[in-house]
Design a protein around this ligand. Structure first.
Ligand code: NAP
Ligand code: ZN
Length: 352
């Protein structure tokens, strides 16, 4: 066991504060990553504030982790000391069930192990995330980073925000000739706009924030719709091949379902705390429209996404903060006041 230092939530409404805990000793297939930067996902806020059920405190969030390999177990073959590496939302899964066999570890039938707020099979210890100075993880769950090292802070959000949009964009075949809507231009949504554009789709951004219209175009949207403007929404009825909704709050799904054309899909990735309003059955059945959900992405598709982003020069738009600013960053995320992802400089973590 080695002592790790972290920045933790100690109660649902208390401030973050230092916390130390033990990480497991390196096993043969493990790598140790010294964490340089960690993104802040809205899921961190939901977890740390107890919005998705009672977390066990102290809670160390963080699943947009990038850093450098500082040790490798004696059976590790894919990484060496000094490599840049990332960890997303998953640190383990059974490896044997159908979904694991298809590289869909996030849908593991035994239950995948989350980077935080889970229990690790190896030690029975709680998992603690990336607001910490290092992490030990099976090499299968570590990702290679091929971006320039100077891009590293802006690569961190790809590990959750990037893959959570990449997976449904690929699964529902976003590309040339497809009209793709991205709802909510926050951490996930701004990556959705960039990725859908790079995949060749016609991209339409939906926002509640008039101040984001020009921004969304800069990010790659061909069109931007103010979703509270019923006149603008009405012009797009029955026209979309795919809409991905990233909003972290309750939504009226009827207004998005109506925008789909025959046989098209509204995918929910946002996961607030209140139930959405269901669309009318006729809205769905008259055009054989579907509503689906999608959770993050598997390890091989995460690597595929990172490689695609490195090749196409895609990173996240970020605001870097020291650990002391995590509480105020959470408040700003809830107020939709971030362009478009906070990333913590882990060099600011007290380790004394
Ligand atoms: P975020 O940065 O806070 O972005 C959410 C965006 O939704 C906001 O920027 C805002 O965009 C819009 N929004 C917020 N409140 C709204 C409201 N009341 N009505 C309409 N629009 C609203 O959050 P994020 O990190 O992108 O995460 C989004 C959600 O996805 C969270 O619930 C998170 O837990 C979930 N998530 C799911 C997965 C998964 O695997 N499915 C993975 C990661 C995160 P505009 O200003 O443009 O309207
Ligand atoms: Zn996340």
């Amino acid at each position: 066991m080695t002592i790790a230092h972290a920045w933790a939530a100690h109660e649902a409404h208390g401030p973050f504060a230092p916390f130390s805990f033990e990480r497991r000793t390196l096993e043969p297939n493990d790598v140790r990553i010294d964490i340089l930067y960690c993104g802040i996902c809205h899921s961190d806020v939901h977890f740390a504030r107890g919005e998705w059920g009672d977390p066990h405190y102290p809670c160390v969030p963080g699943h947009e982790i990038v850093g450098r390999i500082s040790a490798v177990g004696n059976a590790v073959t894919n990484f060496k000391i000094g490599d840049l590496a990332g960890v997303g939302c998953l640190v383990d899964s059974c490896g044997h069930c159908g979904p694991c066999g298809h590289g869909l570890e996030q849908y593991c039938e035994v239950g995948s192990t989350g980077t935080y707020m889970s229990t690790e099979a190896q030690s029975g210890l709680p998992t603690y995330g990336g607001y910490s100075n290092f992490i030990v993880v099976r090499e299968h769950f570590a990702l290679h980073i091929k971006h320039e090292e100077s891009d590293l802070p802006a690569v961190a959000p790809l590990l959750c925000a990037g893959i959570t949009l990449w997976s449904p964009l690929r699964h529902w075949q976003a590309g040339p000739g497809k009209k793709v809507g991205i709802v909510g231009i926050g951490g996930l949504g701004h990556m959705g706009v960039k990725l859908a554009r790079a995949l060749g789709a016609h991209v339409v951004a939906f926002t509640t924030s008039p101040g984001k219209v020009e921004e969304a175009k800069r990010l790659g949207a061909h069109e931007v719709i103010i979703s509270r403007d019923t006149g603008q929404m009405a012009q797009h009825v029955g026209s979309f091949d795919l809409i991905i909704n990233t909003v972290s709050a309750k939504q009226d799904l009827e207004m998005y379902a109506r925008l789909l054309k025959l046989d098209s899909t509204l995918v929910l990735v946002g996961a607030g705390t209140e139930k959405h309003t269901s669309p009318d059955a006729f809205t769905l059945l008259m055009k054989r429209r579907s509503i689906a959900g999608s959770a993050i992405g598997g390890i091989s598709e995460t690597q595929e996404m990172l490689d695609f982003c490195a090749e196409h020069g895609i990173t996240s738009d970020i605001e870097m903060i020291p650990v002391e600013k995590v509480d105020s960053a959470y408040n700003r995320i809830v107020a939709s006041d971030v362009k478009y992802r906070f990333v913590i400089d882990m060099g600011t973590l007290p380790t004394g």
